[in-house]
Design a protein around this ligand. Structure first.
Ligand SMILES: Cc1cc2nc3c(=O)[nH]c(=O)nc-3n(C[C@H](O)[C@H](O)[C@H](O)COP(=O)(O)OP(=O)(O)OC[C@H]3O[C@@H](n4cnc5c(N)ncnc54)[C@H](O)[C@@H]3O)c2cc1C
Length: 463
C-alpha cells in the first residue's frame, strides 16, 4: 500500500501526527508540497516567508530521503486548482491513503472537505490529524459554546494541561520501499536585497530546536522582565519557525515543562504567549468571518475608516514623524520581523491616530513578515483596532511617545534604525529645530488631536 502525506504549515519531522501515522501505515510513503504562487499571492504570503520555507524544504527533503520518503512537488494555480491537482496526483500514482494535519483557515477546511468527498468516490481515504495542543472543539465554556475572551480560555487551557502534559509523537519510520525519486527544489527568485534579509534566518528543524532549547535554558526565566524592550533580545525569536510549522507549539511546551514548572514567572508569561497563539487559531476555527476579510465583530462592517493613501504610505515607509513607529517600520522593512511591543504600537497608531482600516495594515504585515501567520496577525490587528475578540477598548489608545519613553528609554532601538537621530536630545519626539537639522519628518498627524478624533469616531459609531 502506498500512502501520501501533504505538507501545509507543518514543515517538520518531529511532532507531526499525520506524517508519523502515515509512516506506520503501509509499505511506501511519499510527501507532497504544493507550489502555488497564485494562492500565496491571494493569501498575501511574503516572498521572505515562502523563500524561507523553500530553503528549509531542501534540507527537509534530504532528511526525508534517509527515511525512504521522497518529497514530490506539484504546481497549482490557485486554491481551487490545488485540490484538483491533489486528486489527479492521487489517482495517477495509485495512492491508497492520504494524510494531512488540520489547518483552521476557511479555504483549508474547504479543501479538506472537498478531498474527503472526492476520495470516497474512488475508494481512497483522507486521514486528518490535529496537530494543535488541544483540538479547538475540546475547549468549551460551561454553557458549551466557544470562548471569546482570552483569560477564561487560557484558564480552561491550563486546566487541561494539568491533566495532560504535552507529549511528542514518534518520529516517522523508515519506509521499506521508495515509490518515487524526490523532486529537485528550486530556490525562489528574489532581489539581492531580499536574499540578504533571508540570510538572517537559519533554516532547518535542528536549528529551530536548538534555538528553542537555548531560549529555555538561558532566557525564559528573564522573559517577563525583558520581553517588552525591543533593544534587548529578550524574546525567543521563534515565530518564523512556529509560523511555518518547523516547530510546533506543542514542542515548545514540551521542552519548557521538561525543565520547569509554571511556578517561575518567566515561564508562566512565555507559556501564556504560546496560549495566545493557540487562542487565535481557535478563534479562526470557530469564526469563519475572520477568514473572509471581515471584523470579528459584525458591528464594524460599516465603520468609516479613512481612505488617506498618503498617510498609509508614510506609515509603511517609516515616515510618520514618530521615531518609535518609524524605527519599528524600518525594522520590519529591513528584516521581515518586528518586536511584539512595536507591532502593537504601530498597529494602534495606524488604526486609531490615522483611522486607517486595520485590514490594510494586516495585509502589509503579511506581505512583509517572515513569520506571517494569518490567525495571529489577524488577531493582533483586530486587538489593536478594537474590532476583535477581547480587544483593547477603543478609548485606550497607546500614546506612542510615552510607549517609546517607557520601552526604549535610552533610545537605543530608535538610534539603530534612525541613525539620523543619533545625536538629538529629544530622541522620542525631536523638536522642530532638531527635525529641521536632521531632515527627520514632521508629525504626520497631531497625536493629541488624532487621539481625540478617534475616540469621537468610535464613540459616535458605537451609539
Ligand atoms: C498587530 C500584530 C500582528 C502580529 N502578527 C503576527 C504574525 O503574523 N505572526 C506571528 O507569529 N505573530 C504575530 N503577532 C504576535 C507577536 O507579535 C509575535 O508572535 C512575536 O513578536 C514573535 O516574536 P517571538 O517569537 O520572539 O515571540 P515570544 O515573545 O518569544 O513568544 C513565543 C511565541 O508565542 C507566540 N506569540 C507571542 N506573542 C503572541 C501574540 N500576541 N499573539 C499570538 N501569538 C503570540 C508566537 O508564536 C511566538 O513566537 C502579531 C502581533 C500583533 C500585535
Amino acid at each position: 500500500m502506498s500512502n501520501l502525506f501533504i505538507f501545509n504549515s507543518d514543515l517538520r519531522l518531529r511532532d507531526n501526527p499525520a506524517l508519523s501515522n502515515a509512516s506506520n501505515n503501509g509499505e511506501a510513503l511519499a510527501a507532497l508540497f504544493i507550489i502555488n504562487p497564485q494562492k500565496w499571492t491571494d493569501h498575501n504570503e511574503s516572498d521572505l516567508k515562502i523563500a524561507f520555507q523553500i530553503e528549509h524544504l531542501k534540507r527537509l527533503s534530504k532528511e526525508l530521503d534517509v527515511l525512504n520518503i521522497p518529497l514530490k512537488l506539484i504546481k497549482a494555480d490557485g486554491i481551487k486548482d490545488e485540490r484538483k491537482k491533489i486528486v489527479e496526483f492521487v489517482k495517477t500514482n495509485s495512492i491508497s491513503e492520504v494524510f494531512v494535519n488540520k489547518e483552521y483557515g476557511f479555504n483549508e477546511i474547504q479543501r479538506n472537505s472537498y478531498l474527503d468527498k472526492e476520495f470516497t468516490k474512488f475508494n481512497k481515504k483522507l486521514n486528518i490529524y490535529d496537530s494543535s495542543i488541544f483540538e479547538p472543539n475540546s475547549i468549551r465554556t460551561q454553557s458549551d459554546t466557544f470562548f471569546k475572551v482570552f483569560t477564561p480560555y487560557s484558564r480552561a487551557f491550563r486546566s487541561k494541561l494539568i491533566s495532560k502534559k504535552p507529549e511528542i509523537i514518534d518520529l516517522p519510520k523508515k519506509q521499506k520501499t521508495k515509490n518515487f525519486e524526490s523532486d529537485k527544489i528550486q530556490s525562489l527568485e528574489m532581489s539581492v536585497e531580499r536574499m540578504n534579509i533571508l540570510k538572517l534566518y537559519e533554516v532547518g528543524e535542528e536549528n529551530a530546536l536548538t534555538k528553542l532549547e537555548k531560549f529555555v535554558e538561558n532566557k525564559i526565566l528573564s522573559y517577563k522582565e525583558k520581553r517588552d524592550f525591543p533593544s534587548l533580545e529578550g524574546t525567543s525569536s521563534l515565530s518564523p519557525y512556529l509560523s511555518s510549522g518547523i516547530l510546533s507549539s506543542n514542542e515548545c511546551l514540551f521542552k519548557v515543562f521538561e525543565q520547569f514548572s509554571e511556578d517561575e514567572i518567566g515561564v508562566k508569561t512565555w507559556v501564556t504567549e504560546i496560549i495566545w497563539r493557540e487562542f487565535y487559531k481557535y478563534i479562526l476555527f470557530h469564526n469563519p468571518r475572520v477568514s473572509k476579510n471581515l471584523s470579528f465583530s459584525e458591528k464594524y462592517d460599516d465603520f468609516p475608516w479613512s481612505a488617506d493613501e498618503d498617510n498609509f504610505i508614510s506609515w509603511t515607509k517609516g515616515e510618520t514623524g514618530v521615531p518609535i513607529i518609524d524605527a519599528a517600520m524600518r525594522q520590519l522593512n529591513n528584516t521581515g520581523w518586528m518586536h511584539n511591543r512595536l507591532r502593537m504600537i504601530v498597529a494602534m497608531y495606524l488604526s486609531k491616530n490615522l483611522l486607517i482600516d486595520w485590514r490594510k495594515g494586516e495585509e502589509y504585515f503579511m506581505k512583509n513578515l517572515i513569520d506571517g501567520d494569518f490567525a495571529s496577525n489577524n488577531g493582533g490587528w483586530q486587538w489593536s483596532a478594537s474590532t476583535g475578540v477581547d480587544a483593547a477598548p477603543y478609548f485606550r489608545i497607546f500614546n506612542p511617545i510615552t510607549q517609546s519613553e517607557k520601552f526604549d528609554k535610552e533610545g537605543n532601538f530608535i538610534k539603530k534604525w534612525l541613525p539620523e537621530l543619533e545625536s538629538v536630545k529629544n530622541i522620542h519626539d525631536p523638536s522642530t529645530e532638531e527635525r529641521k537639522q536632521t531632515g527627520y519628518s514632521e508629525h504626520l498627524v497631531d497625536l493629541k488631536l488624532s487621539r481625540k478624533k478617534a475616540i469621537e469616531v468610535f464613540s459616535n459609531f458605537s451609539k
